[in-house]
Write a protein that binds this ligand. Structure first.
Ligand code: C2E
Ligand code: CA
Ligand code: CA
Length: 648
């Protein structure tokens, strides 16, 4: 029989190109990368063996039988290896730790081991094939095993790919499916075209697809700077941390780069970034630098980098005193810098990245061009933050959050009429965490949206409970953060909460500060109008701090204004302060808004608040925020009126 081995020659050419093109001395020695390169070389060998074996079969009369036997055995031994290697590759992608990997590899190799025994004993048994000086090559009665072993591997491969949904993304899974699919297709084609040899073509096609989509260096590279990208960084960190490699990090984050882009345009912005990249590449080897985000770079110092972090930090710091050239011009830039060590400052990859981000975040909070080096104190604060975030997550599962209520005293009615809901967080390790600490973190992590919904429902439930107990209360106000108004479906959450807990929207007061108008004033104003039309009342919280802007208050549908305690304290300490308070209260009440004075702590402050026209008083003098049962007791019957206030 005459064989057509042209496809094998073509594959050989393609494979050689691929081998040269994918050569990268700096490639991370992960199991996946090593397997891919081993596969490449192995397929090359397999194709050569395939060509030699066909040649030997055709020339059987001229070759010594023993030599022919050996050539065929070598080919038969090599044949299913590609499928096995590919299965290893898929397992390496889908498994998390090396010890599991090697066990899986051993199990996967068992069928091949048995097959290899059949090949080695074939000269005695003739089970797989025969080589005869007269008739040449012909199949043995167990020839089907030669197909059965790779097919078995293909089936297992499908199974592994399909079962690794959590660890391998959908796109990657589709790409990985190529190998078993192409190989099966080739086996079917081979059944019809006996004389065309396609085994090498199948393997080459699969490797090419793998290279293009999964192994291509470009996937890990940033186009603009040529540095490795964030994906590459995460891969390296994952790899090195599993080996407990000591590493130091330098995080370089350009300050206000958005402003640079806005002022000079995107093209110039890119040129400036390239100038910074060239500078960084001039001090440390490029393979150590990663473009973490648009205007952020991370340099990893491991044992192969000779320079010390502190020295590089100094050089970078100094360079930012000079202008950066772009095209015909130049501009000044500043960068916030942070350093940290692994594993000294953080034990996991995620932690080291978040620690660096935290350092940069803290440094930017104190100004531009600052350097923060992670130390025990910083790490302590960082860990506390992590613990608090964890604690809030647990709180949302029903373990740690509790809503307290601070009664609010009505001057006219001479008793408590409303209350403010204030969230409390208790952690088994850290104890009580103040809202001033956990609320900003909840806002930063976005957890506030979910926490906000939790508070809304808790308060809704409590109002319903008060109703069942026949306790009259005008309402309870809750605090809303900006994110709740700009993201999430606040209107929906509020509306369904009042429906579910059978309360009136008016009873669920909504406290917001002026800062919520900073980001998206139109959207917030629109949402306020919508909620007002559904019967909710708005309270302007902390008036007198931060962004106080009278026009906001007047143009927006606020029913209450809560005057911040700082204004009250000023009013007590100076005549000028008193006039400010007096003017404010008159203006608001003339505009039809009700006033609540916050932070009343002393009799003196209480007396002063009477001299101005406020409707409600809130403060420690009356009551601290209390847990629900104590508020119930306080609001119940006679105790409605605060003790000691009868003297008024
Ligand atoms: P806020 O809305 O201004 O709440 C009033 C704060 O003043 C409360 O602090 C309260 O305990 C405190 N306070 C009450 N009376 C007095 C007083 O006489 N003197 C002094 N010095 N302070 C008094 P707290 O409970 O620590 O809450 C702090 C902040 O945390 C709140 O300030 C609010 O902005 C935020 N917060 C609390 N709960 C929530 C919540 O559920 N959601 C959101 N988004 N923020 C909340
Ligand atoms: Ca408030
Ligand atoms: Ca307040």
């Amino acid at each position: 029989m005459q064989w057509n081995i042209v496809p094998e020659y073509v594959s050989l050419v393609f494979l050689s190109i691929l081998l040269v093109y994918s050569w990268d001395a700096n490639l991370l020695p992960t199991m996946k990368n090593r397997l891919f390169h081993f596969c490449l070389r192995f397929v090359l060998l397999e194709i050569v063996l395939s060509i030699v074996s066909i040649y030997a079969i055709e020339q059987y009369a001229r070759l010594p039988i023993l030599l022919n036997q050996l050539i065929q055995m070598a080919f038969f031994l090599a044949m299913p290896v590609m499928a096995l290697l590919f299965l290893f590759y898929v397992i390496a992608l889908s498994k998390e730790n090396d010890s599991i990997l090697s066990r899986r590899f051993q199990v996967a190799a068992i069928p091949y081991g048995m097959y290899a025994v059949l090949v080695m004993t074939n000269p005695l048994t003739g089970f797989l094939f025969h080589i005869d000086a007269k008739v040449g090559f012909y199949n043995g009665k167990g020839f089907w095993v030669v197909y059965a072993v790779p097919i078995l591997y293909l089936i297992v491969m499908y199974r592994v790919i399909l079962r690794s949904r959590e660890r391998i993304e959908k796109n990657q899974r589709l790409i990985l499916m190529t190998f078993p699919s192409v190989t099966l297709a080739v086996i079917v084609i081979q059944l019809f075209l006996h004389d065309v040899v396609l085994s090498g073509t199948a393997a080459t096609a699969s490797l090419l697809i793998l290279y293009l989509f999964l192994q291509n260096r470009k996937i890990m590279q940033d186009d603009l700077t040529g540095f490795q990208n964030r994906k590459a960084l995460l891969n390296v960190l994952d790899f090195q941390s599993k080996r407990n490699t000591r590493m130091s990090f330098l995080f370089v984050s350009l300050d206000d780069f958005k402003v640079v882009n806005d002022r000079y345009g995107q093209m110039n912005g890119d040129a400036i970034l390239q100038a910074v990249s060239r500078f960084l590449a001039g001090i440390v080897p490029t393979r150590a630098i990663y473009r973490y985000s648009g205007d952020e770079f991370i340099i990893i110092f491991d044992k192969d980098i000779r320079m010390k972090v502190a020295d590089v930090l100094e050089i970078v710091k100094r360079r930012f005193n000079e202008p950066w050239p772009f095209f015909e011009a130049s501009c000044k830039l500043s960068a916030s810098l942070a350093t940290a060590d692994f594993p000294d400052h953080a034990e996991t990859v995620e932690d080291i990245i978040t620690l660096l981000e935290y350092c940069i975040f803290t440094s930017k909070g104190t100004g531009k061009g600052k350097v923060i080096q992670a130390d025990a104190d910083m790490v302590g604060r960082f860990r506390r933050r992590g613990r608090i975030v964890e604690s809030m997550r647990q709180g949302l599962q029903g373990n740690g959050f509790e809503v307290h209520y601070q009664p609010i005293f009505s001057v006219r009615e001479d008793c408590y009429t409303t209350a403010e809901a204030l969230l409390r967080l208790h952690d088994s390790e850290l104890g009580n965490i103040p809202p001033s600490e956990f609320i900003p973190l909840a806002e930063e992590t976005g957890l506030i949206v979910e926490i906000g919904s939790y508070v809304i429902h808790e308060v809704g439930r409590f109002l319903h409970e008060l109703d069942l107990l026949d306790i009259e209360i005008e309402g309870i106000s809750i605090n809303l953060s900006a994110l709740q108004l700009t993201e999430g479906d606040l209107a929906e959450v509020l509306t369904s909460a009042v429906r579910l807990h059978k309360i009136h929207p008016r009873q669920l007061g909504l406290e917001i500060t002026e800062s919520v108008f900073l980001d998206n004033p139109k959207r917030v104003a629109g949402l306020m109008q919508l909620l007002c039309s559904r019967g909710f009342l708005f309270y302007l919280d902390d008036f007198g701090t931060g962004y106080s802007n009278i026009s906001n208050v007047v143009s927006l549908p606020f029913s209450y204004v809560k005057i911040d305690k700082s204004i009250l304290y000023q009013a007590v300490s100076s005549m000028k302060g008193f006039h400010v308070l007096e003017g404010l209260t008159r203006m608001f009440s003339d505009s039809g808004m009700k006033l609540i004075l916050e932070g009343v702590e002393t009799e003196e402050q209480k007396a002063l608040s009477k001299a101005v026209s406020v409707d409600h008083l809130q403060g420690y003098l009356f009551s601290r925020p209390l847990p629900a049962p104590e508020v119930i007791a306080l609001f119940h019957g006679r105790r409605h009126k605060p003790q000691g206030l009868g003297r008024k």
